[in-house]
Design a protein around this ligand. Structure first.
Ligand code: AMP
Length: 394
């Protein structure tokens, strides 16, 4: 079911509370080191301003754990936003207190007020009803545009929707379009690539994707639990022994569902978890004792390329190896470059794979890079995200 967006309602003259994701990285002096989350929020804010709304912004920043802590103040965000918008954004010194009430009560059309960090009040994460009601009372319409926290049922991400008409902003609309279409209405062949360290983190994702994809490529540390489940010696590679039975079940499910499952056929192994360790390429079934798999090998990369070249939709989550060490980043980089070269819909599920495409310098050649690591994983698991579920259906 698609959700209403800010384009589906009349915002003229209305006070609109927008939940943004201003959880920006900062250096030790509080300077913002990457403004992309702020820049990403601008289209929604500008649309509202152009349509004569009174814009009230809110967000969390860091983990102040329900207490006021100047270290996590949104002041640096206020300054950056004022610069980007070319108007003065006023910062309330609280969330639902005197300052917020005073600043929002006499707003004119085209004005912007930013509330202080919503996590300065512990009732935010508790999704407290009274807190949600007070927050909602500042505005007449609620817009959620923070995909990164849409998997959390907090007051500002879901609770307020009980008291206000609730719609999505452009960022969430885009996430739903690309993640949702890829998952539920993909142009086929649909190939998913999963990597990362642990199988246990992605069991639900694998399970859900096996219902949807034509081919599933499994790389990264999690591949070794599958290789061991197939009876191979994996040396000292990462492995979750308590998940071997489950890996067997997933292998069986893939067969039953006619999903082609690709596991590494060769791997780069090392004699220590170290950039300077001795390393070599071996067949996946020839890992020696005392050696660990650190990356997929060249034959596996070629195999992936062959499969990916025919794909029309590709979803990627998780690195193919220990990509933080340049010696073992080749598999991850190559997958990023292959994706960038294809005439297909390519969707990256945030986190490490997003930084991998960036590192490879090919972000602009990817159809969609999700802004929410945890949220996009839960989306791929087929879960209903509270911050999206609470928005009005079209
Ligand atoms: P995740 O957060 O589950 O997506 O996992 C990402 C992490 O998996 C990265 O820090 C990688 O270094 C790690 N990783 C990928 N491949 C391997 C591997 N073969 N052995 C150990 N760690 C790995």
């Amino acid at each position: 079911m698609s959700k209403k967006t800010i384009q589906d309602i009349d915002v003229t003259g209305k006070k609109v509370l927008v939940r943004c994701d201003f959880n920006v990285p900062q250096d030790e002096n509080g300077n913002i080191t990457d403004t992309r989350r702020i820049v990403g929020a601008l289209p929604t804010i500008k649309y509202l301003l152009e349509h004569n709304a009174k814009v009230i912004l809110c967000s969390h920043l860091g983990r102040p754990k329900g207490e006021v802590n100047p270290k996590f103040s949104l002041e640096p965000v206020q300054k950056e936003l004022s610069k980007e918008l070319g108007i003065e954004v006023k910062l309330a010194s609280d969330i639902i207190g005197e300052s917020a009430k005073t600043l929002t009560s006499n707003m004119k059309e085209g004005e912007v007020v930013l509330l202080e960090n919503v996590r300065f009040d512990k009732r935010e994460e508790e999704n407290d009803k009274e807190f949600s009601k007070e927050l909602a009372s500042l505005a007449e319409i609620y817009v959620n545009d923070a995909f990164g926290t849409a998997h959390r049922a907090h007051a500002s991400t879901a609770g307020v929707s009980e008291f206000l008409p609730a719609v999505s902003g452009f960022l969430i609309e885009k996430e739903l379009k690309f993640l949702g279409d890829a998952l539920n209405n993909p142009e086929r062949p649909f190939v998913a690539i999963l990597g990362g360290k642990k199988v246990s983190d992605k069991i639900m994702v694998i399970n859900n994707l096996l219902e949807k994809v034509d081919t599933l490529i499994i790389g990264g540390g999690m591949a070794y639990t599958f290789l061991k489940a197939q009876g191979m010696n994996i040396g000292t590679s990462v492995c979750e022994d308590d998940k071997i039975e489950l890996a067997k079940e997933l292998l069986k499910k893939a067969e039953e569902k006619n999903v082609k499952l690709i596991l590494p056929e060769d791997v780069v192994i090392a004699n220590a978890f170290d950039e300077n360790a001795e390393s070599k390429v071996v067949k996946a079934n020839e890992i020696e004792d005392g050696w660990m798999g650190m990356d997929i090998g060249p034959a596996t990369i070629s195999k992936c390329k062959e499969v990916l070249q025919n794909a029309k939709t590709i979803m990627w989550n998780g690195p193919m190896g220990v990509f933080e060490m340049s010696k073992f980043a080749c598999g991850t980089n190559e997958i990023a470059k292959i994706l960038a070269s294809l005439d297909a819909t390519t969707v990256i599920g945030g986190g490490d794979s997003a930084s991998a495409v960036e590192k490879a310098g090919v972000s602009d050649k990817i159809t969609h890079i999700s802004t929410g690591g945890g949220a996009s994983l839960e989306f791929l698991e087929g879960k209903v995200l509270p911050g999206i579920d609470c928005l009005e259906d079209k």
